[in-house]
Design a protein around this ligand. Structure first.
Ligand code: FMN
Length: 191
């Protein structure tokens, strides 16, 4: 149901990053083409090798290679994507997205994309309830970002509350529904 859709999947430094492997597999199974951009911190939680294997594409994270100067183009990625999905999305990355900070390749890509943006926040309940996070999510909503609200339940910290990233199956269902129902998902933003 996602046949031929070009999905730029952003992964950030959350304990929920391991779920990105299942999400990638599900998206590829649905016929989507998946390219992955990770924050440097995300690589501490899940390896690029796992994600490159599942997505069938090289995973990118760095602006350039120190060895040979080869560089990754956030502009090309931005033009390529039909949708930019950041899952999991940390409080840190939410804050930076809300304020236009672009000090890594994921954030620079975010400012470059012309397609709809969806984020699946994942964090501890106190981080999620903090006025700063609430405000930053409001800003992103005003920018037109779709927020996939986290669920309540047991969190990795051992606390109970809202902050658990939506399960990969639910994220995929939401994505399919948005592609079918929302006009912004049916065409790219014009130049
Ligand atoms: C074990 C561990 C788990 C973490 N899980 C989360 C999380 O689920 N959500 C979150 O917002 N931050 C989490 N953090 C903190 C982020 O890794 C930290 O804010 C980092 O700067 C995020 O960077 P990034 O947004 O560039 O990936 C966690 C940190 C550790 C050490």
């Amino acid at each position: 149901m996602l046949q031929g859709k070009k999905i730029l999947l952003g992964i950030t430094g959350s304990i929920a990053a391991y779920k990105a492997a299942t999400l990638t597999r599900l998206l590829v199974k649905q016929g989507a083409e998946v390219k992955i951009v990770m924050t440097p911190l995300a690589k501490e939680f899940i390896t690029p090798v796992t994600l490159a294997t599942l997505s069938k594409n090289t995973v990118i994270s760095d602006f350039f290679s120190h060895d040979d100067g080869a560089w990754n183009s956030h502009v090309e990625l931005g033009l390529w994507a039909d949708v930019f999905l950041v899952a999991p999305c940390t409080a840190n990355t939410i804050a930076k997205m809300a304020h236009g900070i672009c000090d890594n390749l994921l954030l620079t890509s975010y400012l470059s994309v012309r397609c709809p943006v969806i984020i699946a926040p994942a964090m501890d309940l106190d981080m999620f309830q903090h006025p700063a996070t609430i405000k930053n999510l409001q800003i992103l909503t005003e920018f037109g970002t779709t927020i996939l609200q986290p669920e309540s339940g047991e969190l990795a910290s051992g606390l109970e509350g809202k902050g658990r990233m939506l399960d990969p199956e639910k994220i995929m269902s939401e994505l399919i529904a948005l592609f079918h129902s929302h006009k912004d998902f049916q065409k790219k933003k014009s130049l």
